[in-house]
Write a protein that binds this ligand. Sequence first.
Ligand SMILES: N[C@@H](CCC(=O)N[C@@H](CS)C(=O)NCC(=O)O)C(=O)O
Ligand code: FES
Length: 120
Amino acid sequence: MEDNQHTAQTEQSVQDRIRQQIAENPVLLYMKGSPKLPSCGFSAQASQALMGCGKPFAYVDVLQNPDIRAELPKIANWPTFPQLWVNGELVGGCDIILEMFQQGELQPLVEAAAPEQPEQ
Ligand SMILES: N[C@@H](CCC(=O)N[C@@H](CS)C(=O)NCC(=O)O)C(=O)O
Ligand code: FES
């Protein structure tokens, strides 16, 4: 009973953390590994396409965050990684990201979403 309650609370706080990440980062990629050192071919292709857009983006390595890996698919209603979120909305996974990149649709989406770099 107490254990169940604890688990429910933990899941809630993980989901809150995810929602905050999604709200705070206009372009956010949930992936396996990092853009520089991806741990899966799907995440490698997705992050490469995003890097090809030439704008900074945030990422979360779900292999380093197993709680996020477990909870995000419930929030997103999307079972796999990578997941690209732009302006608080799920764009899709690797297939959709690559398709949009090849169609020239990813770059304008990212450009419109990413805030300008602050002046130095
Ligand atoms: N067709 C998918 C490929 C992604 C995929 O199948 N990902 C798997 C293997 S990396 C996954 O995330 N499985 C759930 C998990 O590992 O938590 C896409 O377009 O993103
Ligand atoms: S980690 Fe095996 S397919 Fe992505």
